[in-house]
Design a binder for this molecule. Structure first.
Ligand SMILES: [Ca+2]
Length: 353
């Protein structure tokens, strides 16, 4: 490993980062690989992005009103490398900590020129697939209205009224949810990986007390508001495995769930190996997929189970799954050589007889 690589893997100190509200160091240089699909960014935006119009009083502005169009993406600070990569992809924006209590960081792009020349052409070419698509359309139309009417007092006063109305139909307030069915045809696989990278999660039951019941149960879940049911159904149709479920206590949520190990091994894992996550999710996925394959191997070959008794299996799985040391690497994708080595050691060395 050369020294440049070592430098790029500096840890982000969470305490320092959250205290300063400033992001420094090599993390700012994170970039997607040159061949990243734009559809990944659309999928990630559909999960974590937000299109917003900010209207505020400003004594110096025409009509004493400031207007700001914002494209924003929020993430846990541990995933700041991914936000930096998005920022560098669009070559614009600023990142700040918005809430210390929840450790959320946010990328905000609000430059008029960048919205006009970069963001809108991007989302016109690679349109959002979920109900956020309607937010984008409302936001874009308002932005065009803004460009045309922001410069004279009379037209700006009317513009402000129209923008207030648009705001009443944006995001949490939106009224329209039914996407035309062909909108969801031919979903690009990179969209699915970007969307899952934002709103999906992989989980694993590691409680040793459940060894014969739940231990090793692995699940991929994507949770959405019920309004986005068509999108989850389209994703399920793409994979042809899994189910859509809901729980009574959360009536506005639905989940796309895959937990059958053969489906995970034959469909889900190969898919995300081909269309990878970036950032934090790439590390979780790497760990999770190794464990799923290991557990399947044990199930298939009873002799492995006999040789590696229950305690060793449990401790191997827990050693990998509960290892948090890699989570703060300034590393966009699957670069954790240390972790990969550890997994190879634990899962592939011949067991003691
Ligand atoms: Ca979301």
């Amino acid at each position: 490993m050369n020294t440049t690589n070592t430098f790029n893997k500096n840890l982000i100190d969470p305490a320092m980062f959250l205290d300063s509200r400033k992001i420094e160091g090599p993390v700012l240089n994170s970039t997607f690989p040159a061949n990243v699909s734009p559809w990944f960014l659309t999928g990630y935006t559909d999960a974590e992005g937000n299109f917003d119009i900010h209207i505020f009083s400003n004594g110096k502005a025409l009509a004493k009103t400031g207007i700001k169009f914002r494209f924003r993406i929020a993430a846990n600070y541990k995933d700041i490398v991914l936000l930096c990569a998005v920022k560098n992809y669009f070559n614009s924006g600023s990142i700040s900590t918005i809430r210390k209590d929840t450790d959320v960081v946010m990328l905000e792009i609000s430059s008029i020129e960048v919205i006009k020349n970069v963001i809108i052409p991007f989302f016109d070419n690679y349109p959002l697939k979920g109900t956020k698509y309607f937010d984008y359309v409302t936001w874009k139309n308002s932005f065009i209205d803004f460009l045309e009417n922001k410069d004279s007092l009379e037209s700006k006063l009317l513009l402000i009224e129209r923008l207030k109305e648009s705001k009443d139909n944006l995001n949490r307030n939106k009224q329209e949810f039914k996407l035309p069915m062909n909108h969801l045809e031919n979903i690009d696989p990179n969209y699915i990986s970007g969307f899952t990278c934002g709103d999906g999660s992989v989980s694993l039951v590691t409680g040793p007390e459940n060894f014969n019941k739940g231990f090793g149960r692995a699940t991929l879940v994507i949770t959405q508001h019920v309004h986005n049911k068509l999108l989850l159904e389209a994703i399920m149709k793409y994979f042809s495995v899994g189910t859509i479920t809901s729980v009574k206590s959360r009536p506005f949520e639905i989940n796309y769930v895959v937990s059958n190990k053969d489906d995970l091994n034959n469909t889900i894992i190969p898919f995300f190996e081909k269309y990878p996550f970036y950032g934090l999710h790439s590390i979780s996925f790497l760990k999770w997929s190794h464990i799923v394959k290991y557990l399947l191997k044990i199930r298939e070959d009873k002799s492995i189970f006999d040789r590696q008794n229950k305690e060793i299996i449990v401790s191997n799985v827990r050693a990998i799954w509960l290892d948090k040391s890699t989570l703060l690497y300034n590393d966009l994708s699957l670069g954790s050589e240390g972790l990969t080595e550890k997994m190879t050691d634990l899962f592939n060395t011949p067991p003691d007889l």
